[in-house]
Write a protein that binds this ligand. Structure first.
Ligand code: ADP
Length: 493
């Protein structure tokens, strides 16, 4: 049953509300003790009242028992004094008194119906042997008490067999007294307790309701604050420091908000950069075209020169677009990666062969140092891109007659590609930023040699797709060394 209720509460929407749960817990915690208290007080009262009644009756009986001996009632039951005493007792407690002699014969019955009869009852026989008995019958509402009638041997009656002070049981008094008055008092008590309990239920209900409302308020405040952020009224971090728990939730939300802001800022910056980068060549083309259009009789050489410049700018635009597409592709899911077993030494050799003519223009010597044969699980196209970009940069940002050393090495887990050059180097403050999109240390110089500022961003993304890492060491004016470290085997995570 309890499990059913619990399941219902869990399933039901209202049951899932913290407010409702708090209310139920507080209400039960207030109610259960009050119910137990009522039951406990009533029970305690009953046993106490029965005890007092029994002890009162026993005292009265003891007095009468003494009188019975004094008046020799067990031999001669005509004493009016005793009769009156018994009558008074039975009237007082609304009960019945039987006086039984040692032969179990009823000498007196205050109801007057069993006199002269013999009684065989366990309690009477036990009492005859000296044990007082008390039985409380709660169902029928009476207490049954037995008390022995004891005669103490006086000095005159003493014999050697029965010395003075010997107690002899001469008979038994069997009394049953009604407990109706106790029951009536209990009923009154119960009724009053019930009224108090109902008042308590109402009070506890109201207190639990108000408390649950107050306790839950900070959570409502969080929802409200989050809604305000969601609806765009504010972008400020929210603050609900009422509880440690609300503070944690709010902190988590604020850091999420911060992350989203950073993402949004970087997205906006990216869009601004892209627009700017794409606009620059177009502006140049427009300026060149306009100046041609504005003049008449221009010599063919000038025309050719301008057209070459225009073609160069278009080429640049094309390169930026291609780089951007490569970057966007790289940013997509890992599923885009095409893994195969590739001989890295051979791949590097091919790439260097392709780049050597460019190097030769500046008399740069490109050397491949293969420390061992490397077979690795990589995406061949992306790996080519990584190698090309790094070696191309090493050539582009080099001096006349400089050197580029490409070193390949591996251990049992990773292979490394080191691209070292004797070029212009990178200033220390720029080392952290060279992987940013469109970041160039020297904008004009980079542009002059055809850089878009996207090469290292693409390279880094491609390396990350291979779960590898890239680092750079550089001394400004002396040269740079890029080190790429990639796992030989592509393990699934
Ligand atoms: P770019 O297309 O301009 O070369 P990259 O993303 O490849 O863009 O490089 C970013 C910047 O890092 C370059 O503009 C350049 O200033 C610097 N850089 C990259 N590689 C080197 C290198 N080997 N030596 C010196 N500077 C370098």
């Amino acid at each position: 049953m309890a499990e059913k209720i619990f399941r219902f509460i869990k399933k039901n929407k209202i049951g899932r509300s913290l407010k409702v749960r708090l209310f139920i817990i507080m209400f039960l915690m207030g109610m259960i003790p009050s119910i137990f208290m009522r039951a406990g007080i009533l029970e305690n009262y009953e046993s106490r009242a029965v005890e007092v009644r029994t002890s009162d009756v026993q005292t009265q009986l003891r007095i009468i028992a003494n009188h019975l001996i004094t008046y020799n009632y067990l031999q001669d039951s005509s004493s009016e004094v005793i009769g009156a005493e018994l009558e008074q007792l039975s009237n007082l407690y609304n009960g019945r008194v039987l006086i039984i002699n040692e032969n179990l014969k009823i000498m007196k019955d205050t109801y007057g119906i069993s006199e002269g009869k013999t009684i065989i009852s366990e309690e009477v026989i036990r009492c005859m042997k000296g044990t007082n008995t008390v039985n409380y019958d709660a169902v029928n509402g009476f207490i049954e008490i037995t008390l022995p009638i004891i005669e103490t041997i006086s000095a005159q009656m003493a014999t050697p067999e029965m010395p003075e002070g010997t107690e002899i049981i001469k008979g038994v008094m069997l009394t049953s007294v009604s407990t109706d008055s106790i029951v009536a008092t209990m009923e009154i008590l119960n009724r009053k307790a019930l009224i108090v309990e109902i008042i308590m239920v109402i009070c506890i209900f109201a207190i639990a309701l108000v408390l649950a409302q107050i306790l839950i308020r900070p959570f409502d405040r969080i929802s409200k604050a989050i809604s305000e952020v969601k609806d765009g009224y504010t972008n400020d971090p929210i603050s609900v420091p009422d509880y440690l728990e609300t503070e944690h939730i709010v902190d988590a939300f604020n850091s999420l908000l911060g992350r989203m802001k950073t993402l949004d800022d970087s997205r906006q910056e990216f869009v601004a950069n892209v627009s700017h980068e794409l606009k620059t060549p177009i502006t140049s083309v427009k300026v060149l075209a306009d100046s041609l259009r504005g003049q008449t009789d221009i010599p063919v050489e000038i025309y050719r020169e301008f057209m070459e410049d225009i073609a160069e700018e278009i080429e640049r635009e094309d390169k930026i677009i291609n780089d951007l597409l490569a970057l966007v592709k790289m940013g997509k899911s890992v599923a885009q990666i095409n893994i195969s077993m590739v001989n890295i030494n051979e791949l590097t050799e091919i790439i260097l062969k392709r780049l050597r003519p460019i190097a030769r223009k500046k008399n740069i010597e490109v050397t491949l140092i293969s420390k061992r044969e490397i077979m690795a699980e990589v995406d061949e196209v992306k790996m080519s891109l990584i190698l090309t970009n790094l070696v191309e940069n090493a050539i582009k940002y080099n001096r006349e007659q400089g050197k580029v050393d490409v070193t390949l090495d591996a251990d049992h887990q990773f292979f490394t590609v080191e691209v070292a050059d004797t070029g212009i180097g990178i200033p220390e403050e720029s080392l952290e930023r060279i992987y940013e999109r469109f970041y160039r240390v020297d904008k004009s110089h980079s542009k002059e040699i055809g850089g878009t500022g996207l090469g290292l961003a693409i390279t880094r993304n491609a390396i990350l797709l291979h779960r590898g890492a890239i680092k750079v060491e550089s001394i400004y004016g002396e040269g740079s060394m890029f080190t790429v470290k990639i796992p030989l085997i592509r393990t699934l995570i």
